[in-house]
Design a protein around this ligand. Structure first.
Ligand SMILES: Nc1ncnc2c1ncn2[C@@H]1O[C@H](COP(=O)(O)OP(=O)(O)OP(=O)(O)O)[C@@H](O)[C@H]1O
Ligand SMILES: [Mg+2]
Length: 319
């Protein structure tokens, strides 16, 4: 069942189109990811869906409620975790959650109970009485998520939940999101980490320049990647450009420069190594190693968007 249905959603800033008529739907119970590079339109989209930015054109319905015309009602079903926290630095963790609970109309006793329950859930019980301003980035993000789910929302929207956070906290946050999802919360998140999308999401939309260029289940995307093949070649240093040579000889393959000595050749089908080795030989390129790389979502992303994987930072864990 579709819990969120988006059609032709568009955002223009003057003559500039930040989101160009995107359509997609999110099913109840899934984790849906918006994956794209900086400036792709991820935040703009999430802000339009959650009523934080005005919609120029198009529609979005959450559980049948018009997010554009009945924003307040739709917001009642949403948890919103923006990329910048909106909590109060001078209040402690417990007070922040209590205050949020009050904003959502929870009764005094109910919100006290809920605040402790959430502090426990996000692992912040020990620092409940410390001011939010004194929390680490990871702790801040966890409390912000707790505040976002205080009213048990149907759908939780998160803009880059692990960006700028250390490896350990990022892992904890991902685990939290998976747990929440298991308990029935539908999750919509944006990320520019390919691995994060791969690990968390049931379905992924690739967004580039305000457009969705691909949308599929993570499993489907990986299967598609695995139908093709990627081989990495390590070559001797030289002035010749191996990718240019290969592109000339094998127009069907895609070649990517990894570093001064390393290139990767991608194909939608199996790659025959012998003709490639011959081309290297004919051009006096010394070949040191050829190894088959397990195709990942990264390969698919690079193939479809033409964006170098370096630009769309991979590996949220590696910072
Ligand atoms: N208030 C604004 N006025 C004009 N242009 C804007 C405004 N907000 C965003 N943009 C532009 O819209 C485009 C999409 O921005 P957006 O913040 O949605 O990207 P993003 O995918 O969230 O990027 P990031 O990964 O950096 O967070 C960008 O080119 C951005 O410069
Ligand atoms: Mg953004």
């Amino acid at each position: 069942m579709d819990i969120l249905k988006v059609e032709n959603l568009t955002k223009k800033y003057g003559n500039f189109t930040a989101v160009a008529g995107i359509s997609f739907s999110v099913q109840k119970g899934e984790i849906f990811g918006f994956l794209g590079p900086n400036g792709a339109g991820k935040t703009t989209t999430i802000n339009m869906l959650t009523g934080l930015a005005k919609v120029t054109e198009g529609s979005a319905y959450l559980a049948g409620i018009d997010c554009v015309k009945e924003t307040k009602r739709a917001q009642g079903l949403m948890g919103i975790v923006a990329d910048e926290s909106n909590l109060y630095p001078e209040m402690n963790g417990w007070e922040n959650l209590n205050f949020c609970g009050a904003l959502y109309g929870l009764e005094k006793n109910e919100r006290k109970e809920r605040a402790w329950e959430l502090l426990e859930l996000v692992g912040l019980k020990e620092v409940a009485h410390k001011p939010f301003g004194a929390y680490s980035r990871g702790m801040k993000r966890r409390l912000t998520i707790a505040a976002g789910i205080i009213h048990n929302p149907e759908v939780l929207f998160l803009d880059e939940p692990t960006t700028g956070i250390d490896v350990k906290s990022a892992r904890e946050i991902r685990k939290m999101l998976l747990d929440l999802n298991k308990r029935g919360t539908t999750i919509f998140l944006t990320t520019h980490y390919i691995e994060e999308a791969e690990r968390l999401c049931d379905r992924i939309a690739f967004i580039v320049d305000g457009k969705i260029v691909k949308i599929d289940s993570t499993r489907g995307l990986l299967e598609e990647a695995q139908r093709g093949q990627t081989v990495q070649f390590t070559l001797g240093n030289g002035s010749l450009k191996p990718c240019e040579i290969l592109r000339g000889a094998f127009p069907g393959y895609r070649c990517q420069v990894i570093d001064a000595k390393t290139i990767r050749v991608h194909s939608g089908k199996a790659i025959d190594l012998i003709p490639i080795v011959d081309v290297f030989k004919d051009n006096s390129l010394a070949l040191y190693e050829a190894k088959v790389i397990r195709p990942t979502l990264e390969e698919i992303f690079v193939q479809i968007t033409g964006i170098e994987a370096k630009k769309i930072k991979t590996g949220g864990d590696k910072k």
